[in-house]
Ligand binder design. Structure first.
Ligand code: DX5
Ligand code: ZN
Length: 221
């Protein structure tokens, strides 16, 4: 069974001139987590933020910092992100030839481990570690950029992973990331997701960040 649902605004779409204020607006509107998209220009064709931004977010909020590592060789930077204040570190199976060891490394740092997979990667690729993670993130766009269209075919993967988690790791979160709006959210929630990342729908909402968060919360079943 899913956990009580949470909204995780992705600061990739925030205004970095006023990151602290944007995070405060998310918090005021009832967002539960802050999602931080780390990209390296290699695994994905975009370059974003590193531990220094996580550290700044840590000073700005007590909300859970949900760090999504879209980087090659994440094992080299896990400690730096842990020291910066990440609460959860989620790694891509495509970047981890020693996925089991990498998850153990995250746990050893006292941080919650997450695993994620691209739209083109089958659920079977993460099956061997599903019993040891705090969170599974299903990408509903190809990682690299905000503002992309939701990929419908991932709904079947969300259902498939939900049924395995229910059987072997019922406390784990099942998060979705990419193209989440008040229109797509009810369908991913019905498929079994309980954590919803949203960048554009929150930070680019014409009526402001707080309205963006509240509309997503009211779309929750
Ligand atoms: C994509 C990132 C997402 C992105 C979501 O690589 O992982 O978190 O910021 O942005 P939207 O909600 O605009 O699709
Ligand atoms: Zn993300």
């Amino acid at each position: 069974m899913p956990n009580p649902p949470v909204i995780a605004p992705s600061i990739l779409a925030a205004d970095f001139r006023q990151l602290g204020a944007d995070i405060a607006a998310c918090e005021a509107a009832g967002a539960e987590w802050i999602h931080i998209d780390v990209m390296d220009g290699h695994f994905v064709p975009n370059l974003t933020m590193g531990p220094v931004v996580v550290e700044a977010c840590r000073k700005a909020t007590n909300l859970l910092l949900d760090v999504h590592l879209m980087i090659e060789k994440p094992e080299n930077l896990l400690e730096a992100f842990a020291k910066a204040g990440a609460d959860r570190l989620t790694v891509h199976v495509e970047t981890c030839p020693h996925l089991h060891r990498t998850i153990q490394q995250i746990k050893g740092l006292g941080v919650k481990p997450g695993v994620t997979l691209n739209p083109g990667t089958p659920a079977s690729a993460i099956a061997p570690v599903l019993d040891m993670v705090d969170l599974v993130l299903v990408m509903t766009v190809n990682p690299g950029f905000g503002g992309q269209a939701f990929i419908e075919s991932q709904l079947a993967k969300i259902k498939e992973i939900r049924s395995v988690l229910d059987a072997i790791n019922p406390d784990a979160w099942l998060e979705v990331d990419g193209g989440i709006s008040e229109r797509t959210l009810p369908r991913v929630q019905s498929a079994g997701a309980d954590a919803f990342v949203a960048g554009s729908a929150v930070f680019n909402h014409p009526d402001g960040i707080e309205t963006g968060v509240r509309i997503l919360k009211s779309a929750l079943g």
